[in-house]
Ligand binder design. Sequence first.
Ligand SMILES: NC(=O)c1ccc[n+]([C@@H]2O[C@H](COP(=O)([O-])OP(=O)(O)OC[C@H]3O[C@@H](n4cnc5c(N)ncnc54)[C@H](OP(=O)(O)O)[C@@H]3O)[C@@H](O)[C@H]2O)c1
Length: 246
Amino acid sequence: MSSAVRVVVAGATGRTGSAVTRGLLTAEGIEVVGAVALRHAGEPLSAHAGVPTEIRVEGDLRACLEREQPDVLVDFTLPSVAGSNALLALDLGVRPVVGTTGLADEELEAIRLRAQELRLGAAVIPNFSFGILLLGRFAREAARFFPKVEVVELHHDTKLDVPSGTALHLSEALAAAGARSPVPIHSVRLPGFVARHTLIFGGTGETLTLTHDSSSRDSFAPGVILAVRRILHVDHAVFDLAELAG
Ligand SMILES: NC(=O)c1ccc[n+]([C@@H]2O[C@H](COP(=O)([O-])OP(=O)(O)OC[C@H]3O[C@@H](n4cnc5c(N)ncnc54)[C@H](OP(=O)(O)O)[C@@H]3O)[C@@H](O)[C@H]2O)c1
């Protein structure tokens, strides 16, 4: 019987990180062995994840990774720290699975190169929801018939990056599938939203609208769990959940 995949979560106390940690704590074959955050360091993880666990949140990611030597680091922190967290993990032989969005192109390239050099799996995925994965598939098909398309993304007003990483990813995928480029992106930031992505395709006398809504951050956990399991069998950096989902 194979042993469990050992995971440390950075940003485990955040809005998304706590939902993802709850999913990881209850996933078969995965063991959460550490949780890292900043302001909530020292608190019991159970207070954030909402399920029983003995783990306490700690403040020093390097110390946690060196002590636990996990297989995977899951990161839902801030754009300003996620890139260096991923490089630190790779240098310590830990595969990063990064959900944090808004990383600079140079950081993504550095992660790609370091993963290639070390022949270690790494994933930087702007959206872990299976609904968005399918939206991307349907969008590529629609772009063959309707090349004129625009993206509208609506998020809660505390989201740091504009436009969303998912909107950028979708617009690149649409352009690669033959849509008129650049694909315009419209961003809305208002309280009350979690995340909505709408693609409007304009045709001759008709429009086609595809919308994905995240109503709960729990929707990201199944995709993270899939990535944690599959990243062990990859020796390079992956930037699209579709590559891991097959
Ligand atoms: N890929 C996806 O599917 C997906 C889905 C949703 C969101 N996201 C992205 O995930 C990221 C987090 O979003 P969120 O709304 O959950 O943010 P959030 O609620 O502000 O959570 C941020 C987390 O990062 C921790 N943190 C801050 N600075 C840190 C540091 N220096 N070292 C370690 N941990 C640190 C915070 O800990 P303290 O609060 O204890 O300081 C908190 O746990 C964003 O980039 C967002 O766009 C991605």
